[in-house]
Ligand binder design. Structure first.
Ligand code: UDX
Length: 442
């Protein structure tokens, strides 16, 4: 199929590249000239393992190109995929202005029948709104369908090439066959629904995953008080197939570009039809407070944080991405600065983005995990990067002022900590205190 993808953010770029990989001819469109120039030179504007290799092979095969010319791309294509951003408005509602602008431009450019698919996450009813805007801007015939995207940052290529399922929301049933054929190379698990159900499936899925995380985080808080170990509890729960093992890792809560935005939007969507989504409101509140557990643990072991030197391992909202949007690290760092602490920050790739967001004289920017730990009164692990899992823990006792490690993602096992002399605090697990060895005299 000939496909135009409008918007080269995470969803648009990854979808475009993966549709090309499956043999379609894809033109990716963006207004941002610099972004398109980068893409034409096979440089990805997002950090995503494996994406540049796929961009290169598909561009060489003549199946993938990049342009700022939306009209030309629309005219050449049978399927137009809208994948522009839907950021949050101050009240939590999704801001649809980029979608509306794209739809007007698509309508004006259309020269024959087109299928217009929405991949951006949009509130229920938006696709009908899109139909209306299109009708006002073209005399050509068209169909609007909703094909929500479930990819995760950091494993976006694999999630798209081998998804658990594909949901296709359509109201014109004659499209079932061509759209199923288009998606069959990805998976057999294709679920065709009404447009409104497809729109709802995306929000409900993200809200449910966020609920699992807040649920296990609350369980972890209770575990701390009753002396249970949340990792064992989660494992025991997850073995029940009705519950499932994934998304039961307790920690400092979720961040990222989807969960915070989509949970707020769903609360708002419910509110607009006079329904109070009480459960989801609590999920959001629990998530907001969970990140402060790190501060409480720091104060518990160091007392007043004023003047203390704290090493921070990890700034991105999760590993394998440089994305810091809604990352718990932001509020943790801001709170520590307000408390008068001095900070040594390190992240394998998110440092530049974080620095562009927060820069402060209390912050030292470090080039390695060990540098961030050197001289520190405590180290807080905020992102579960592989690099931290294999950090040389035995060295901490020699380089830190006080060997205190607060593990906000339960990365280490007690066996790994045993014998290192580290005072180790994690989330929802019994603390392990060790006799402090004296620092080596160098
Ligand atoms: C999510 C959804 O998984 C994806 O389907 C949707 O399309 C977009 O939103 P993403 O935001 O990329 O994807 O990240 P994900 O891997 O889902 O993690 C989200 C956050 O939850 C991260 O901050 C992560 O650290 C946290 N998390 C995840 C936990 O705290 N515990 C867990 O058990 C799982």
């Amino acid at each position: 199929m000939k496909i135009a993808v409008i918007g080269t953010g995470y969803v648009g770029l990854v979808s475009g590249v993966c549709f090309a990989e499956k043999g379609n001819h894809v033109i990716c469109v963006d207004h941002d000239k610099q972004k398109i120039e980068k893409l034409q030179n096979l440089i990805s504007p997002i950090f995503e393992p494996g994406i540049e290799e796929l961009m290169e092979s598909n561009q060489k095969a003549g199946r993938l190109s990049f342009t700022t010319d939306l009209a030309q791309a629309v005219r050449q294509s049978e399927l137009i995929i809208i994948a522009v951003g839907t950021p949050s408005l101050p009240n939590g509602e999704a801001d649809l202005q980029y979608i509306e602008q794209a739809v007007i431009e698509i309508g004006k450019a259309m020269n024959s029948y087109k299928i217009v698919a929405t991949k951006s996450t949009v509130p229920v009813g938006t696709n009908e709104h899109i139909q209306m805007i299109l009708a006002m801007n073209t005399l050509e015939s068209f169909d609007v369908v909703s094909i929500p995207e479930f990819l995760r940052e950091g494993s976006a290529i694999q999630d798209t090439l081998e998804p658990d399922r594909i949901v296709i929301g359509l109201d014109n049933l004659t499209l079932t066959e061509p759209l199923t054929e288009l998606h069959k190379p990805f998976t057999d698990q294709i679920f065709v629904t009404s447009i409104r159900s497809a729109e709802m499936i995306k929000y409900a899925s993200n809200a449910f995953l966020a609920t699992k995380i807040s649920f296990i985080n609350e369980i972890s808080n209770i575990c701390e008080k009753v002396g249970a170990d949340v990792t064992e509890v989660a494992k025991g729960m997850g073995q029940d197939r009705r519950i499932g093992a994934s998304f039961l890792n307790a920690g400092i809560g979720y961040g990222g570009s989807c969960f915070p935005k989509d949970t707020d939007a769903l609360i708002q969507i419910a509110g607009n039809v006079d329904y109070e989504f009480q459960l989801l409101k609590s999920v959001v509140e629990v998530n907001k407070s969970q990140r402060y557990k790190i501060i409480t643990k720091l104060e518990g072991s160091l007392g007043n944080l004023s003047g203390k030197l704290i090493g921070i391992w990890g700034l991105s909202f999760k590993p394998n991405t440089d994305d810091i949007r809604y990352a718990p690290s932001i509020e943790i760092v801001e709170t520590l600065i307000r408390a008068g602490a001095r900070l040594k920050l390190y992240d394998p790739i998110a440092m530049d983005k974080f620095r562009a967001h927060i820069d402060h004289p209390a912050i030292q920017w470090c080039e390695s995990a060990l540098e961030a730990a050197t001289g520190a009164d405590a180290v807080c692990l905020l992102t579960d990067w592989e690099e931290f899992k294999t950090a040389p823990l035995t060295q901490l006792i020699f380089i830190m002022e006080k060997p205190i490690l607060i593990d906000g993602r339960n990365v280490f096992t007690h066996e790994q900590i045993d014998g290192t002399g580290i005072h180790y605090y994690s989330v929802g697990r019994p603390d392990q205190k060790h006799v402090t060895r004296h620092k080596a005299v160098v």
